[in-house]
Write a protein that binds this ligand. Structure first.
Ligand code: BGC
Ligand code: NOJ
Length: 814
């Protein structure tokens, strides 16, 4: 069953039934001001940091689901009936409800009683504000008197404190209302120099800023007393819960349309100019009034929207493909690329599954995210790399996360995850391949943000590599530390205390438990680092890295191979994990995908065997599960992985993040059919028809689909912010379609299904537009290329020597 449909031409997903199984959301904003918005206008906004600078409130895990947002109400002032055109919060029956989620904007609307209303929500480029354009049309044969209301609930900035510290917070709320604009200025009187505002383009018929005055006692957002009465009360909040609500009266002739613009924004004043007049307690609004006036003008709002459209078109146009598979096309051309930008912006902080309070920017995650967006935002990728590297510890290790507002690493989710440092090498390698900007390696970057500790970025990569060499275990495999990619394989934790964090608890000295996964990752990262060194003319150094890689490859063969697949790890007792000898958890996806991706066992059949075993034991119709058999009880020596009921999350769930490792591994063996088949099993668009089972949005990836051991096999959770976005994008674009950025130029190495006659693509790479046509003439993956009509040797297209800006590539597969 479906709840909407794709509109590929407009790059939108159109939801036509409001009660989707879960809130189906979109992201507004792409630079500093952000919001999430559901298909019924639920959600919230923040400036840079979802935890520390939250503008509006949202209540997670509320009943009913998805409550609190950017709510518009309409009231027929003759019949006194009121409703919300976005369905929530009133949940009144509507005609022609639709929510169009597009690239950085959402339009929600419907018709009721002949009154058609749509609101377009978006964040203009380069501004710290969002625009709501409400258009109301009277389709009746008679005139209509309508009151339109718009409302939000302010958050007192720190989202965590806001939901817990009531003894203080109920006394600190402050607002000002001037010229019809509502200013939220809690704590502005002391150390904050920022405030929020909510403005309306029309002369208002009333406002409210105190929640209780608007809603009425013991009433909710579904039936605000002031809306019911048809008159806001001009309340001024003193403490309690400041809100922003505007009322506009519309007299509409038959067929008449009117537009009202609302602007919700964030503004900072220089500390010395906070107040006007100086010495008073009144916000200096001179600095923000021109911005507010600008965007309340519908023409300026339209122009800003057009700019936003062009911005997204520009980003997406960097890679466009036309294959025989519609699901591949729309994910690659539109939604997967778009999701990659969202994961870049948010890391894992703000979604309907991530409260924006718990997690900042993860070191591991943010480095991997680079794989998916570096081609669209190379300058911002560079900045992100420097920020991440600046939180690296002098040992080469890493804090697991940092808050975007402070950019300082913290130990909230621990550190000492021994895989972390290698992702920096892989992220930087992706940046170099895309941009050819070698200067980044000379950039002076501190450790742990400590002034005076700066070294060139290149040294950060060297320390990342050595971090593992200095931490090898009894078999010569890397010690796992707190965990590796799998945050839940906590082999030094041994926690028997309820509620203790698996990520920060350590009861073992960490000298025994080893990770075969980190070994595979080391082999991959080591090859990347060697290639970088070689390019810098440091051949001897490159050779040293490759020697270590070779050693590790041998250790993996000797101690990391179980006969039919790669082992997963050794625990604190030196016992195998992910082996046929185990009672449960005999085979894991991570090592079988990643070791092959890294090239281990490609020549001698180990890789082929590992993938065969993966297919046999782990593949399901909904994707590849993480391990089998699932853990049926809690294992003290394994940690969080066994805390999940079988089939969920890391305990044998389908982790869509690591499925692409197997997809890439299949392409490394030349298996285009298998690779694309796996790709399709978790492709959200290909799962649209089973939306009632899948439950999450059909236009973006979710972190997890319940595995075959779960009673809800096939049900997705944790959509949007997941490494799944970048890895799937990388797998389909660079490995199946084989349009791959390398240090030497654009490589063309498709490993596509046998029954595809070929495909065409456009790729803008280092300023040159490559028009690519691939034609299949035989069953295999050998390719011969002609570039602008001339055959070339090999399959790497070097940058055009004569400065041409458009290049045609023709590839024949045989
Ligand atoms: C989740 C992991 C996540 C970790 C760190 C665990 O509860 O299962 O997927 O990586 O928390 O936040
Ligand atoms: C989600 C985390 O964000 C990511 O870092 C981790 O690798 C996976 N879960 C697996 O545990």
């Amino acid at each position: 069953m479906k709840f909407g449909h794709f509109d590929d031409l407009n790059r939108e997903y159109v939801i036509t039934q409001p009660d989707t199984p879960l809130p189906w959301i979109n992201y507004l904003g792409c630079q500093a001001y952000f919001g999430i918005i559901s298909n019924t206008a639920g959600g919230y906004s923040f400036y840079r940091d979802a935890r520390l600078r939250r503008l509006t409130r949202y209540r997670y895990n509320n009943v009913p689901l998805d409550f609190g947002g950017r709510y518009v109400y309409l009231r027929d002032d003759e019949s006194r009936e009121f409703w919300s055109p976005s369905w929530q919060p009133t949940r009144t029956d509507l005609k022609d409800y639709s929510c169009r989620h597009g690239m950085g904007y959402t339009v929600i609307g419907s018709t009721r009683g002949g009154i058609e209303a749509h609101t377009r929500y978006f964040v203009p480029l380069d501004e710290n504000l969002e625009i709501w354009q409400l258009t109301v049309t009277n389709t009746r044969a008679t005139k209509a008197s309508i009151s339109a209301f718009a409302s939000i609930e302010f958050c007192l900035w720190d989202a965590q404190d806001d939901t817990t510290n009531f003894q203080r917070n109920f006394s600190i709320g402050q607002v000002e209302v001037e010229d019809g604009v509502i200013y939220h200025k809690t704590e502005y009187r002391e150390r904050r120099n920022h405030f929020a505002y909510f403005a309306c383009s029309e002369k208002g018929a009333g406002f409210d800023t105190q929640r209780e005055a608007f809603l009425g006692r013991y009433r909710g957002w579904d039936s605000p007393a002031a809306v019911e009465a048809g008159q806001l009360t001009n309340s001024i909040a003193h403490g309690w819960s400041p809100i922003g609500a505007h009322q506009v009266k519309l007299d509409l002739a038959p067929g008449e349309t009117k537009q009202i613009v609302f602007v919700l924004g964030y503004h900072e004043n220089p500390v010395a100019e906070k107040f006007d007049p100086p010495g008073s307690q009144i916000i200096n609004k001179k600095t923000v009034k021109p911005t507010i006036a600008k965007y309340l003008d519908p023409k300026k709002a339209d122009a800003a929207f057009e700019q936003l459209r062009q911005y997204w078109a520009g980003l997406l146009d960097i890679f466009q493909v036309n294959t025989p598979d519609i699901h591949t096309n729309r994910m690659v051309n539109i939604w997967n690329a778009y999701q990659c930008m969202a994961t870049f912006n948010m890391s894992r902080s703000a979604s309907f599954f991530e409260s924006g309070i718990g997690r900042g920017l993860g070191f591991r995650d943010s480095n991997q995210d680079l794989l998916g967006f570096v081609h669209m935002a190379p300058i911002r990728a560079r900045e992100r790399i420097i920020d991440l590297a600046a939180t690296q510890l002098p040992t080469g290790g890493a804090y697991h996360q940092y808050q975007p507002l402070t950019k300082r690493g913290n130990n909230d989710v621990g550190s000492g995850f021994n895989d972390d440092p290698h992702w920096l090498i892989i992220g930087v390698a992706a940046y170099l391949k895309e941009t050819g900007d070698w200067s980044i390696l000379d950039e002076k970057v501190p450790y742990d943000n400590e002034p005076g500790s700066e070294t060139p970025l290149y040294e950060h990569l060297q320390r990342s590599f050595h971090y593992t060499l200095e931490r090898l275990g009894p078999h010569g495999l890397p010690l796992i530390g707190r965990a590796d990619w799998n945050d839940c394989l906590n082999l030094n934790c041994f926690s028997d205390t309820p509620g203790q964090s698996f990520q920060t608890t350590t009861n073992k000295d960490g000298k025994v438990a080893e990770s075969v996964f980190i070994a595979g990752l080391f082999v991959h990262a080591g090859q990347e680092l060697a290639a970088i060194a070689r390019h810098r003319g440091q051949d001897a150094e490159a050779a040293k890295y490759l020697a270590e890689v070779k050693k590790m490859d041998q250790v993996v063969r000797k101690h990391g191979w179980d006969g039919e697949w790669f082992l997963r790890a050794y625990d604190d007792f030196g016992a195998k994990i992910g082996s046929k000898e185990c009672e449960e958890g005999k085979i894991f996806i991570e090592t079988n995908g990643y070791c092959v991706l890294a090239g281990i066992g490609l020549e001698d059949g180990l890789a082929a065997k590992a993938l065969e075993s993966t297919r046999k034991h782990l593949a399901t119709k909904h994707g590849i599960v993480l391990q089998q058999p699932a853990y049926s009880r809690y294992y003290l020596n394994l940690g969080e992985i066994s805390s999940y009921p079988p089939g969920y999350k890391e305990n044998a769930g389908i982790f869509c993040h690591n499925n692409p490792w197997v997809i890439i591994a299949e392409t490394r063996l030349g298996h285009g059919d298998e690779a694309h088949d796996y790709y399709s099993r978790i492709n959200p668009s290909a799962r649209e028809e089973i939306s009632d089972l899948h439950r999450c949005e059909p236009y973006v990836y979710a972190q997890m689909i319940a595995g075959k051991d779960a009673p809800t096999f096939g049900e997705a959770k944790n959509s949007w912010l997941t490494g799944t976005a970048a890895w799937n994008y990388y797998a389909i674009v660079q490995w199946i379609l084989g349009v791959r950025a390398t240090l030497d130029g654009l490589e063309i190495a498709p490993v596509i299904p046998r029954n595809w006659p070929g495909f065409t693509a456009t790729r803008i790479f280092r300023g040159v537009t490559y028009k690519i046509t691939i034609e299949r003439k035989g069953d295999g993956n050998s390719i011969t290329l002609t570039v602008d009509g001339a055959p070339i040797k090999g399959n790497i297209v070097p940058p055009p020597a004569d400065g041409r800006k458009t290049v045609s590539i023709k590839g024949i597969l045989s």
